[in-house]
Ligand binder design. Structure first.
Ligand SMILES: CC(C)(COP(=O)(O)OP(=O)(O)OC[C@H]1O[C@@H](n2cnc3c(N)ncnc32)[C@H](O)[C@@H]1OP(=O)(O)O)[C@@H](O)C(=O)NCCC(=O)NCCS
Length: 180
């Protein structure tokens, strides 16, 4: 197991092949995918994992697999990505998260994201980190607020039709000097 770093309750590590089945289950869970996209088939989730690995190879950072220290179980991801669309705030570093439903509301996304911010600002010298989500995704927006990001506006996601249920997004940001 290739550990990136640890928090009180979590190990943030590189992905391993045993994560594939639980991640396929997560990405086929309507509650998990409600504000992201349609449910993913197993093949689509395998493609997502390949994209996550490619992102690490290209940039050196990415979406870290989360493992609970007590049970050694995979519960999702938290980490960084470079959004693949153009807008006034891109290119940028985005922080994001996805946790399996049985582990929601236990503070895991917040714990992992705070540690990621600390790691990203120190190790990769990020100047700013953004996060965004559908205006309906209150849990994700709450995580942004809890880790100290500031709301800097909203936008219509350019990859979605303007009248799509998920098109309107809140946009949050933090800068290195605000974080320390
Ligand atoms: C968003 C997500 C990662 C949060 O993970 P988590 O580990 O449950 O997050 P935390 O426990 O650290 O914090 C969740 C916060 O949201 C709050 N919350 C949860 N549901 C909420 C809702 N419907 N409305 C308002 N707040 C809500 C919780 O009460 C908690 O805040 P609090 O500590 O102030 O009480 C998780 O819900 C998830 O995986 N969702 C599906 C995937 C997703 O949408 N990812 C983001 C895409 S942009």
């Amino acid at each position: 197991m290739s550990v990136i770093f640890e928090t009180e309750r979590l190990t943030l590590r590189n992905w391993k092949k045993e994560d594939t089945i639980p991640f396929i289950e997560m990405c086929a869970d309507p509650d998990v995918m409600k504000y992201i996209s349609t449910l993913h088939t197993p093949e689509e989730t395998r493609i997502t994992i390949r994209r996550i690995r490619d992102h690490f190879r290209k940039y050196g950072f990415g979406l870290y697999a989360l493992e609970k220290k007590d049970s050694k179980t995979f519960i999702g991801f938290t980490g960084f990505m470079i959004p693949n669309f153009e807008h006034y705030f891109t290119p940028c570093i985005e922080i994001g998260w996805r946790i399996k439903t049985t582990e929601w509301n236990k503070g895991y996304a917040t714990e992992a994201a705070l540690a990621c911010l600390n790691y990203g600002f120190k190790k990769f010298s990020f100047k700013k980190v953004h996060s965004f989500t559908s205006i309906h995704n209150k849990a994700s927006e709450r995580v942004m607020q809890k880790i100290g990001l500031k709301n800097i506006g909203s936008f219509i996601h350019p990859m979605l039709p303007p009248d799509h249920f998920l098109s309107e997004h809140v946009l949050y940001c933090t800068e290195k000097n605000e974080f320390y």
